[in-house]
Design a binder for this molecule. Sequence first.
Ligand SMILES: Cc1ncc(COP(=O)(O)O)c(C=O)c1O
Length: 399
Amino acid sequence: MNISTASRLANTGEYYFSRKLRELAALNAAGANIISLGIGSPDLPPHPSVIAALAATASQPTTHGYQSYQGTPALRQAMASFYQRSYGVALDPATEVLPLAGSKEGLMHIGMAFLETGDAVLIPNPGYPTYRAVAEICGAEVREYDLTAATGWLPDLDSLAESDLSRVKMMLVNYPHMPTGTPPTPEFLQKLVEFATAHDIMLVHDNPYGFVLNETPPMSLLAVPGAKEVALELNSLSKSHNLAGWRVGMLVGRADWLTEGLRFKSNMDSGMFLGIQQAAVAALALGDDWFAELNATYRARRELVRELLAALACEVAPGQTGLFIWAAVPPHYADGYALSDAVLAEARVFLTPGGIFGSNGNGYVRASLCQPEDVLREALERVKNQQERPTALAETSHN
Ligand SMILES: Cc1ncc(COP(=O)(O)O)c(C=O)c1O
């Protein structure tokens, strides 16, 4: 039988890390013992109160059924309170908060609810690869906007405003920015809202990194006056609360847009297990102590990862925030792919080539902070030993 794949997948391959992690697992199964500084999956556990809430709910006989498509009132209230406390943003928990099984999934809900053939979407280059995949799967035209070191990894909104934006329906934005670690400024967020308002563009702000190694208070785009008219925001407990595998996120903002998101989502999933929702309520109640401890751990790790990157002669710009370090590759490697391949082959350490986030990332690699210090020390030793050997696999590009 010959069954063709739907044309909506014509431009979309398997997710990079889905492929790459399988490749690394196969190498490990053959005894390679690779240290991965690839994905941003926190290795640390959630707070004990979060696990206790899950266990308590799971041990009840009556908690195992389908849950509301909109999340429990308690979870929506906890999310609204978190926004008020963290960002000074008031949200109506009944209409302006939609709990999600992960913000990656939320991106697809938004795309499916609002994008179709004929629409254009602005996405960052470099940026989270899911933005492009969502736009392409939904049949929309992808228009990349450039982020470069020269502009501080912020979009040039003035020159974008001079281009033909008539078909642009949505702009995806993500600050603190992954992969570059660039934090937002209030002025930039303000300008973004003005830009979107002037050109009738829906802003979707993806905001999962605000609580990790952020020297400034975390910011929400919705705190900008007028933003609630033009913007939705995604947030996530994956990185801030060490809950990546549990799949908890949220979509917040305009009630009528959330209603449309729910129209798609309620046909996709059947709610989250009550135990996870109760655990998320406990997580969202955690205060500054939780983040202080988390960030003390990441700060120590950051020093070791910086040393590792320095040993590779990579350059790290100051002021980065989030769960990764973004580093410019030295000229003796053709690009980030070449460096990543060489370090994997010779030191058995995996760094993500920056090119997977878009062409403006070609000269970079991204290193995750999601490994304990002893593992990072081992990675550093391996890299230093590799650098002392004369056979570095430089000068090859696999772009
Ligand atoms: C920029 C960005 N957005 C969204 C996500 C997805 O997070 P979640 O676990 O909430 O789906 C990630 C995860 O790596 C990310 O880097």
